[in-house]
Design a protein around this ligand. Structure first.
Ligand code: GDP
Ligand code: IMO
Ligand code: MG
Length: 441
């Protein structure tokens, strides 16, 4: 396998964690490049469920290195908790298994406080964020007032930054939001103490990746969120504050674009969304409830019920363009079993006109109605299929429609949450690998 990036093509929760775990077997290292603990990536291995919010989903493989890139915003408390939870599960995570970029930005208590206060103040107009301080932390990064992982190792510098930041944050919290203010002392003490624990992991991830590239190692890039939650390309302002598109992997990991050889877009066989924002194919009827229940569509981070709808291929087709997708991993196909008829959205109609791309104006998007292609469903349990030929004809036709409308071939079809419940049509990156001189898998 060559260097592969895994990205979500919808609004997150497409099953990236499962696919990353699967592809880690053919990689040497796994690096996350954006987002924070707003992500919830679930894997099921030997019947055991693991949920990761920050640590890359490749961590369950003993001999693979996992890296947290500079593009992330990291809550050190959550990271330490994940490391501890793995220890309880018998997996020891030391610096030989995990690196944290010294340039990654650190989520501070005031980021979480502002995220929550702002959402409360917005009332009905809230974005439905995960409340983890993601947006405010990225705001400080852009404002050049952020605290980075490297600052956790510098007691004087950290105190100075926290004190300076709190002047502004406390004003905002108290005077604008009417919320509680925060004190610098306890924050500095607790972050320095977490910094001490994290010190062995803090390093220059870009240099580590460069050494790996030179040693012809295989790198897997793990995206979080999804293309339509992208700060630039998503349904703004109902988006997250980072760039989940494949292009974000370069800036967020510290590598050049030529090191990305293959981009896999994860497509859930239907559409879901957590939080607010437009959703053209949303189902608020019993079919939506059926998909929600069968797909166990509850957020892995906040436990919120995910909104469900028919597969929107306008969204996926946009993602093919925005990410330069080479192949698709279609997940959760098994969830659609039992429905008599299936619908996939192949275009939108607005004021009697057909549109091929998702409109940028949310007002226009809200006015769109879906143009559906109707297809027969299937009743058979497909979770034991390990080859496309073992799928019912209707399921194969469904996959072919996705490939046709998006213009991208499927490399993987997932038919259950377990690692083994997978059809590998063609290993992603295998062709690029043959031409690359990267070492044999
Ligand atoms: P991510 O954020 O993209 O990694 O996705 P999540 O982990 O938030 O949500 C995907 C959920 O679907 C998880 O609970 C997975 O265990 C589960 N899952 C992944 N692939 C499949 C599949 O093919 N079938 C079923 N039934 N569940 C799946
Ligand atoms: P994974 O990696 C689904 C959504 C939130 C909210 C919006 C902004 O598991 O696919 P934020 O806290 O980021 O400021 O919230 O983005 N959101 C996600 N939705 N999956 C995710 O991650 C998400 N991360 C953020 O629900 O609508
Ligand atoms: Mg998730």
């Amino acid at each position: 396998m060559a260097n592969v990036a895994v990205v979500g093509t919808q609004w997150g929760d497409e099953g990236k964690g499962k696919v990353v775990d699967l592809l880690t077997a053919r990689s040497d290292m796994v690096v996350r490049f954006q987002g924070g603990n707003n992500a919830g990536h679930t894997l099921v291995v030997d019947g055991k469920q693991f949920i990761f919010h920050i640590i890359p989903s490749g961590i369950l493989y003993e001999n693979k290195k996992c890296l947290i890139g500079n593009g992330l915003v990291v809550d050190p408390e959550v990271l330490l908790e994940e490391i501890d939870n793995l220890k309880v599960a018998g997996i020891f995570v030391g610096p030989e298994r995990l690196s944290l970029s010294e340039k990654a930005h650190i989520i501070m208590p005031y980021h979480k406080a502002i995220d929550l206060a702002r959402e409360t103040a917005k009332g009905k107009a809230k974005l439905g964020t995960t409340g983890r301080g993601i947006g405010p932390c990225y705001e400080d990064k852009a404002a050049r007032t952020g605290v980075r992982a490297v600052d956790l190792l510098d007691p004087e510098g950290l105190e100075e930054k926290v004190k300076a930041n709190l002047k502004e944050k406390n004003f905002l919290l108290e005077r604008f939001f009417g919320a509680e203010t925060l004190e610098a002392g306890p924050i500095v003490d607790s972050y320095l103490s977490m910094g001490e624990k994290l010190a062995p992991f803090i390093t220059d991830v870009s240099v580590e990746l460069d050494q790996a590239v030179k040693a012809r190692k295989r790198i897997l890039f793990e995206g979080a969120q999804g293309t339509h939650l992208d700060l630039d390309h998503g349904t703004y302002p109902f988006v997250t504050s980072s760039n989940p598109v494949a292009g974000g992997a370069c800036a967020g990991a510290g590598i050049g674009p030529k090191q990305l050889h293959h981009v896999v877009g994860i497509v859930k066989a239907y559409t879901t969304r957590v939080g607010a924002g437009p959703f053209v194919t949303e189902l608020t009827d019993e079919t939506g409830d059926y998909i929600q229940a069968r797909g166990k569509e509850f957020g892995a981070t906040t436990g919120r019920r995910r909104r469900c709808g028919w597969l929107d291929l306008v969204v996926v087709r946009d993602s093919a363009r925005l990410n330069g997708l080479d192949s698709l991993a279609i997940t959760k196909l098994d969830v659609l079993t039992g429905l008599d008829r299936l619908k996939v959205c192949v275009g939108y109609e607005i004021e009697g006109e057909k549109v091929e791309q998702r409109p940028t104006s949310l007002r226009r998007m809200a006015a769109c109605t879906p143009i559906y292609k109707e297809m027969p469903g299937w009743q058979e349990d497909i979770s034991a299929a390990r080859d496309l030929t073992q799928l019912p004809e209707a399921a194969r036709a469904y996959i072919e429609t996705i490939e046709e409308v998006s213009g991208v071939p499927a490399s993987i079809v997932s038919v259950g949450p377990g690692r083994e419940e997978t059809i590998v049509v063609k290993h992603p990156g295998i062709e690029e690998f043959r031409n690359s001189g990267i070492q044999e898998c």
